[in-house]
Design a protein around this ligand. Structure first.
Ligand SMILES: Nc1nc2c(ncn2[C@@H]2O[C@H](COP(=O)(O)OP(=O)(O)O)[C@@H](O)[C@H]2O)c(=O)[nH]1
Ligand SMILES: [Mg+2]
Length: 325
């Protein structure tokens, strides 16, 4: 429902034949670094090698692994490619044919999760946002708020990162810019009670969406997880079945480290989805594939820049299409 529409591409950029304009131009633009890396290196290989042999497969493997997609999936893909060549499913080392083959295989290997955000049957829908400092949490909240607002929904933010004064201020600035409501308290206030007040207010004023920010760092990891649990408990007491989504924000530029963080958070709280931020800043966008393979949690959104418009709901097919030329 219009999720992939909006924001037209700069027409001068469209004159470049290779940059296909269209529905997921933003995703393609964001994944440009990763795609360039894959396609330029593969093209080089294909121009030197005449056959799909062991050596070519090894080199394709290296290229795929260099995007951080994970060794297992990269190995599976090249094994399948080699077999397809033996079986004469693939006849040449024609780049287009091989890209197409790899794309189709990769799509079929990625599990089809439910990427849709879960909305409450009766508003408000509550989204709890977690993630370490600097991962892009506050910016991602602004993007979500903007997305929902554009859909005509009434949005409330809860400034639950009360650990740092700057965090509350930053969210407050976004709320003003996006013209959405916010509930905030002084630094050091109990974040669970901020969330409670936000829900109270949202119920009274008829908000459709409440997005709760949380701290990314406390005295210890145990403190942090305890606090998240408490916020969760208070929210679900106030509104049964809430929070409807617990989104963990990960910084895609941190590669394998993001995967480690996801595992740590997942042990403590029931993450329902991931928001993979900063996909535009990395040539290792394959990390989204690795996360899909290794975690039983879907990437629900990707962040593709620093403005509130730089967000895309995740979709395996579109993602894989944007990965190869
Ligand atoms: N390029 C890019 N930068 C981002 C993205 N998301 C966040 N950032 C930047 O990352 C930095 C940290 O973001 P912030 O939202 O403050 O992180 P928080 O500490 O987790 O709340 C800021 O400079 C953001 O502008 C993204 O998708 N792409
Ligand atoms: Mg923040």
């Amino acid at each position: 429902m219009g999720l992939f529409s909006k924001k037209k591409e700069n027409p001068t950029q469209n004159s470049n034949k290779k940059e296909k304009p269209g529905l997921f131009a933003k995703l393609r633009a964001g994944l440009q670094k990763t795609r360039k890396k894959i396609t330029s290196q593969l093209k080089n290989l294909f121009s030197i090698r005449r056959r799909v042999d062991e050596e070519l497969c090894e080199e394709i493997f290296e290229v795929l692994v260099s995007t951080d997609m994970g060794v297992e999936i990269a190995q599976t893909l090249v094994d399948e490619l080699q077999q397809a060549y033996k079986d004469k499913e693939i006849h040449t080392q024609n780049a287009e044919e091989i890209y197409q083959y790899l794309k189709n295989k990769l799509k079929s290997h990625l599990k089809k999760h439910n990427y849709q955000i879960q909305l409450a049957p009766t508003p408000p829908t509550v989204l709890l946002i977690a993630g370490v400092n600097g991962s892009g949490k506050t910016t991602s909240i602004a993007k979500l708020a903007n997305l929902f607002r554009q859909q005509g929904k009434k949005v409330m933010l809860a400034a639950g990162d009360t650990f740092r004064a700057a965090a509350v201020e930053q969210l407050d600035i976004w709320a003003k810019r996006l013209d959405v409501d916010i509930v905030k308290r002084e630094t050091g206030a109990d974040p669970a009670s901020v969330a409670y007040d936000a829900l109270d207010s949202a119920l009274a004023k008829g908000h459709d969406i409440v997005i709760v920010d949380t701290a990314g760092r406390l005295h210890t990891q145990t403190h942090l997880m305890k606090e998240l649990e408490k916020i969760h408990r208070v929210i679900s007491k106030k509104i049964p079945n809430a929070p409807h989504e617990i989104l963990l924000v990960l910084d895609a530029t941190t590669g394998q480290n993001a995967l480690q963080q996801a595992k740590a958070f997942k042990e403590a709280i029931q993450i329902t989805g991931l928001f993979l931020a900063k996909l535009d800043g990395t040539a290792k966008g394959g990390i989204a594939v690795a996360i899909h393979q290794k975690m039983d949690v879907p990437v629900k959104f990707v962040g593709l820049g620093e403005t509130p418009n730089d967000i895309e709901p995740f979709n395996v097919d579109k993602f894989v299409e944007a990965l190869f030329e």
